[in-house]
Design a protein. Sequence first.
Length: 163
Amino acid sequence: MLTIRTATADDAGLVLDFIRALAEYERQSQAVEVTEAVLREQLAASVPPFECLLAQLDAEPAGFALFFHNYSTWRGKRGIWLEDLFVLPAQRRQGVGGALLQRVAAIALERDCARFEWSVLDWNEPAIAFYHSFGTQLLPEWILCRVSDTALQQLAHAGVRRG
């Protein structure tokens, strides 16, 4: 039986396990810096920076979906950004990923969100095919931009470089 529930602070260790498993799948194991203590504190916050759904298949942890709100200036409404969706390899092809995706979509509708968005690595063909099966629109004309670490410090302290 498949069940989906909202993660609590007591689930911080399990959420971290899923984050690490996803990072390993995406060939970025060394990139995980978050700790169980940080996740526990964030999940317990009065206004947490994210929400997380946990899926269990036959009472065993199977996957997670971690998301938060963004905002559409054009639509004048909140949206949902799905940061992570991951199902353990042994639990795949049993409806877990689809159920998680469907639940986040339902939350978006319940909250009158204008859209539900996420990104996918261009090499992750199984995920791309999975998303296509739900009628997901891929937006190749949009390029994800990121400033972090040293570049973030430089941008914040030196202003925008022109040239």
